[in-house]
Design a protein around this ligand. Structure first.
Ligand code: P5A
Length: 423
């Protein structure tokens, strides 16, 4: 893509309203803009990152045998009254009325809608298990929306729901999802820790949160230094590990995912039953599994940045290579740049070429701010020796190589990650 044709409104100044680094950098890099408290527009660059996270999530959900569907955002009050959550959920549930005075809410989560679907469609143990997921906009009227995409009111979530014939089968579905979560956050290039957690207003018998480790994280977790036990601090008292009596060490983190063993909380309230192999009516045993899509992108920035800007892990980067013709007045610079751009693009790489007539310093600063992992600098001085520069954003390391070599190098660096096998 050509920078000159894209809406990338980068900012030099620190936005005053942003308290955490991911929020500041997403605004400064021209990725998001606020529309109202906790409600954002994703600009082209921001949306590309969101789509990268979604794609990884989608591939791993499909690999684990989950099926994608899409449920409505607007949900009738009656379903929430059946489970009692119409009362329980409180002010976070944004309620509205249609022209006929019928009550609805904007979905903060979809246990009721999916349980309603399954009770209507699944009648026999033969049709179980079912794992269904969607990637969809949620609304939670948080008291203090803050930190940009980290804690929004309107936000994107991947939510999955499993239905099984008994507890043992439900545990197998839960484990499958948990394994998929490990793969997802690994593929995103994040350092994370699963922890035992409280299940709150979603409920159920037990739950685990996936925490991205970052000093700026809103959550605190403890991890045992000898047995690997880890939990949200809300879940533990004291300084010793409940499993092995080892020492607990506190870390900060960002909750990017949460998996819940629901048991029969919803199937019982909504009478989601099926006929078991003896022809007897039984309740589905459920699980539900969430990932904050925007929060995952924000957490990646919390974990990967420096004073100059974002340093995207390659799998989440909006583009894989950032090509900078240092002086676009020079014919030689432009011919070489276009050649590299065309070749890399034809290889299936996502390349951003900064074809603006801006001063080199402006282009370099924007490139470091936006944080694409590999920069290719094409300038007259190096071209005199037939060379261009390859700069690695993370280390700042610059290698001078020929045009052919740069294509080869970038290919090796970028393409093995671009299309992970779908086995
Ligand atoms: C699981 C899926 C649920 O809602 N029901 C369906 C369950 N879980 S959860 O923990 O409440 O949310 C799942 C993930 O969504 C992200 N998230 C948010 N992201 C941005 N802004 C918010 N206000 C917000 N609230 C939740 C988190 O990543 C959470 O783990």
């Amino acid at each position: 893509m050509r920078y000159s044709k894209l809406l990338i409104p980068t900012l030099r100044e620190e936005p005053v309203e942003a308290e955490v680094v991911s929020h500041r950098l997403m605004i400064r890099a021209g990725m998001i803009r606020k529309v109202a408290a906790g409600i954002y527009t994703y600009l082209p660059l921001g949306l590309r990152v969101i789509r990268k996270v979604e794609q990884i999530v989608r591939e791993e959900m499909n690999r684990a045998g989950a099926q994608e569907l899409l449920m409505p955002m607007v949900q009738p009050a009656e379903l929430w009254q059946e489970t009692g959550r119409w009362g329980e959920y409180g002010k976070e549930l944004l309620r509205l009325k249609d022209r006929g005075e019928r009550e609805f809410c904007l979905g903060p989560t979809h246990e009721e809608v999916i349980t309603d679907l399954i009770r209507g469609e699944i009648k026999s143990y033969r049709n179980l298990p079912q794992i269904l997921y969607q990637i969809q906009t949620k609304f939670r009227d948080e008291i203090r929306p803050r930190f940009g995409l980290m804690r929004g009111r309107e936000f994107l979530m991947k939510d999955a729901y499993s239905f099984d014939r008994d507890e043992q089968a439900a545990k197998a579905s839960y484990d499958k999802m948990s394994k998929a979560y490990h793969r997802i956050f690994e593929r995103c290039g994040l350092k994370f820790q699963p922890v035992e957690a409280e299940s709150g207003v979603i409920g159920g018998t037990y739950s685990q949160e996936f925490m991205v480790l970052a000093e700026t994280g809103e959550d605190s977790l403890v991890a045992c230094d000898s047995c690997g036990f880890a939990a949200n601090v809300e879940k533990t008292q004291g300084k010793t590990c409940p499993r092995c009596r080892g020492r607990l060490i506190t870390h900060r983190g960002i909750e990017v995912g949460h998996v819940f063993m629901l048991g029969t909380k919803y199937s019982e309230a909504m009478k989601a039953t099926f006929l078991d192999h003896n022809g007897k009516e039984a309740l589905s045993v459920m699980g539900c599994y969430g990932i904050g899509i925007g929060r995952t992108a924000a957490a990646a920035i919390e974990q990967n940045h420096d004073t100059k800007g974002i340093i995207w892990p390659l799998p989440l980067a909006p583009y894989q290579a950032h090509l900078i013709p240092v002086n676009e007045q020079s014919e030689r610079v432009m011919i070489t740049s276009e050649l590299i751009y065309g070749t890399l693009s034809n290889l299936g790489m996502e390349v951003l070429i900064d074809d603006r007539s801006e001063r080199p310093g402006v282009k370099f600063n924007d490139a470091d701010l936006i944080g694409i992992p590999y920069q290719i600098l094409v300038g007259e001085k190096n071209l005199a020796d037939g060379r261009v520069e390859l700069k690695e954003r993370r280390t700042g390391k610059i290698t001078k190589v020929t045009t052919e070599e740069v294509i080869d190098l970038v290919k090796k660096l970028v393409l093995p990650d671009a299309r992970p096998d779908e086995s």
